[in-house]
Design a protein around this ligand. Sequence first.
Ligand SMILES: NC(=O)CC[C@H](N)C(=O)O
Length: 276
Amino acid sequence: MSNKIIKIAILDMYNGEPNQGMRCIIDVVSRFSPVVNFEIFDVRVKCELPDINTFDIYISTGGPGNPLIGDGNWDVKYYAFIDSMHKWNTENAIKKHVLFICHSFQMACLHFGLATVTRRNDTSFGVMTIHKTKEGLTDSLFEGLADPFYAIDSRDYQVVQPKLSVFAKKGAKIISLEKIRDHVQYERAIMAVRFTDYFVGTQFHPEADPISFVSHLRNKQAKEKIRAMKGKRKFRNMLEDLLDDDKIYRTNETLIPNFLRTAINDLMKTKKMLSN
Ligand SMILES: NC(=O)CC[C@H](N)C(=O)O
């Protein structure tokens, strides 16, 4: 029976720093129990990575710092692991499904040579509107989400300047973009990429729930920093957005569940086919 359970590896990229991401990811994944179980790997502190033979689905988390810089150890092993999963998928019928979130998304874009990662002019933090591209409109990851939809963003870096020829060569697709900011002339950053049928990533945090956001704001310093950054009115609007059923709750209930459902269905179908 136990080998029928689908195994999820959560690649913790938080570098030992306190965060809301892990609890939220565990919460969403646990909704799929007992069909799935999960194990956590501390990539940056302990240089841990899962055994590729043991796990079917991988969720690689957000994390602090500059995505262009590792310590020459964990980052090298992490990139080698991504390569091994990619190779696996070209050689095996039962695929490895991977979701890259935020810091991991930036690293994956860099690794596949799809775009440039630069430091933003200012921190992006809060409830943001995310716009689907034409390709995003039909991507299973966003099924059930409006256009635009809402997500929590928390970052200093951005994925920009897509190399469209590399996208075309690899069959990768930009599936969502930042909102248009009329008053500034900055390029719209890439907010999600479908790397392959089995690898997908988001710049924003699809795991975030309103509780995690409010918990973060209980830290007085964090709250003051954000209020100063946004101004009182925008800050209040953001708190109101958190209570709206169609915004952060909707994304939390939809996006990772879509990813997991697609992956689980694919795994069950292929495993059944092979056992017949
Ligand atoms: N939340 C995150 O994963 C942030 C990613 C990255 N460290 C940045 O600041 O852009």
